[in-house]
Design a protein around this ligand. Sequence first.
Ligand SMILES: Cc1ncc(COP(=O)(O)O)c(C=O)c1O
Length: 401
Amino acid sequence: MSKSATTVPAKKIYRPETRLVQSGTLRTPFGETSEALFLTQGYVYDTAAQAEARFKGDDPGYQYSRFANPTVDMFERRMAAFEGAESARATATGMAAVTLALVGQVKAGDHVVAAKAMFGSCRYIVEDYLPRFGVSSTLVDGCDLNSWKNAVRPNTKTFFLESPTNPALEIIDIAEVAKIAHAAGATLVVDNVFATPLFQSPLALGADCVVYSATKHIDGQGRCLGGVVLASEKFIMDNVHMLLRQTGPSMSPFNAWVLLKGLETLAVRVRRQTDSAATLAVALAENAKISRLIYPGSPDHPQAAIAQKQMRGGSTLVAFEIKGGKKSAFRFQDGLKLIRISNNLGDAKSLITHPATTTHARLKPEQRAELGISDGLVRVSVGLEHPDDIVEDVLAALEGV
Ligand SMILES: Cc1ncc(COP(=O)(O)O)c(C=O)c1O
């Protein structure tokens, strides 16, 4: 490594955009401009004694890419510097990050409280998977602070929420839920995928751990899966480090490299996509084919005051309910020419999802109804195309409903 191995210190001294481009870079003696891709499984040692010392922890350096890799390290350092976290661990997917952050904290006999409005796979972990190992869970209405308080038990270990929620874009008061968790001796884990690290900083609001699916806005161009867990050094060492190292849902160095390049443009992309999403929300406001419009940046969002308090921007997502239920929602989606049907989000390409038949199809109809996921609800992930083209595509497809 060159003497300036890390070009920008992990400390939060530069503005977010600068940290996204520069933080965490490790330069080799070749002095490359772009981050090097260390596509290697393992590492060699000069002597047997060095190998022994490395395994004892007396010799700094890498051992095996399931535990650590320089390209993955750069991604972790950049994410930690951006988020203002002491420590980060990159994972193969967002679901691996969620699973490590939750499973790593609990043992048989513990209890977890989570907001019921969450991504289907996260709900599976809390509702179906953890109970198999004797960890009980209670799902609450995340927007109702009393329901968090009432769910606490003496054995409650952690709270889990996402905000804005997927797909109905409800906003949960992170600072208030953190206070309830801490008063109960529990931690709070926040899935910050929908807000993005640009617009919301859960650790600064009192959360103990933040998780991302880097698959979404961090890549932002539909290429790689990835995830990351961010927290204090203590939280990571106590709960995440050994579980990741020993069970192996590690991020591939290639994906870390792609995601590092994604971080460089995150602020530019997310700001532009958010502006276009706001334009789409305004264009849809009075549309007669729509019965409900949900946009976190809008002043008439039901939790607008909380959004104002804890978010620095709106959202790249807009959700709306088309009159006429599933039939109309399907006709609308099939009528789109530019926006593609997908269950993904955060991409440069605008994507549309019908949650009731895809991401949330596993839930019972009454569970979906409770979460506001009607058969007419669609969620648009607004991309980087010209905003007028996006708006025209949506309005033309609505005409055909
Ligand atoms: C809110 C949220 N959390 C977690 C995930 C899981 O991420 P991944 O697909 O990278 O495992 C998703 C994926 O859609 C998501 O929307």
